[in-house]
Ligand binder design. Sequence first.
Ligand SMILES: NC(=O)c1ccc[n+]([C@@H]2O[C@H](COP(=O)([O-])OP(=O)(O)OC[C@H]3O[C@@H](n4cnc5c(N)ncnc54)[C@H](OP(=O)(O)O)[C@@H]3O)[C@@H](O)[C@H]2O)c1
Length: 319
Amino acid sequence: MDTRQMGGTGRRVGAVGLGCMGMSWGYDQLGRDADVSVQVIRRALDLGADLIDTSDQYGPFTNEELVGRALRGHRDRAYLATKGGLVVDDPETFASHRDGRPEHLRAACEASLRRLGVDHVDLYQLHRIDPEVPLEESWGALAELVKEGKVGAIGLSEASVEEIRTAHAIHPVTSVQTELSLWSREPLADGVLAHCAEAGITFVSYSPLGRGFLSGAISSPEDLPEVDGRHRTPRFQPEAIAANQPIIDRAREVARQLGVTVPQVSLAWVLAQGEHVVAIPGTKNPRYLEENAAAAGVTLTSEQLALLDAVPEAVGTRY
Ligand SMILES: NC(=O)c1ccc[n+]([C@@H]2O[C@H](COP(=O)([O-])OP(=O)(O)OC[C@H]3O[C@@H](n4cnc5c(N)ncnc54)[C@H](OP(=O)(O)O)[C@@H]3O)[C@@H](O)[C@H]2O)c1
């Protein structure tokens, strides 16, 4: 698989990684199978999709346990990334609050290491910046964890250019994880993607398949499993799904030209946004994993990129 640099760490990871959230949290709540998920994680390592992303929020906590189980005996093959700083209030509604206090982040990271069964993670990400705590304090706490060898590098999630600059001045920001896909192009408009390229920071695209919409398989809410967190979100309401189909039509046209699939076109578009971009599509399905990993080898022509760049703005907010 094509590999890309992780910030200034000297480590390279597969351009396509694996997001593990949906194995324990958020979407298809009845279609989960821990044994299959373990196989998916191990197969991802075989395919070179070695950036394995989790968080203490997912489950909460159980996703890290699952990832830990999958990596037993395989730890060295993974670039293991987790996150802290979001605390779940209600697993039914997924309601969570931010906690960026240094004492919370330290305790959260240590608990993550225990659940994952590892002595360090390669990347620890501040899941959200807490407006109640100066970023200098939260980031300083993560820098301490690097010094202690508990984490190899640190990253941000959903940060502005100004926040990235503030953090970088204290300790190198290795990565910024933010939603980026054909229907979530904010990081192109707000300068975050370009700033990461300039500063040598890896941009980790989360939900690169638009939470499944950009696979082309969802044309109405009935295409989602009955018990599924997406039913609560604005872009999976019937009007938004219908209004956003032209994005899929365009991706389908390009997929036909290249003889590849719609999800592969969606991922190829994300990876074409810069050599500093990696994508972490989420799946618990072995077949989807193979398809997504192969997207790292799909190259779009400049005409195809222009066609995709021109898709209409998405209808409905992200959250
Ligand atoms: N930093 C943050 O705040 C944040 C927020 C959200 C997500 N994330 C990270 O980003 C990762 C990925 O995001 P995501 O899971 O939200 O969304 P995503 O990757 O855009 O989409 C995942 C959905 O697409 C489906 N899918 C995957 N590959 C497919 C394929 N080839 N064909 C058809 N359907 C396919 C999956 O189905 P199955 O589940 O059935 O395989 C799942 O329903 C997460 O796992 C998490 O690690 C981070």
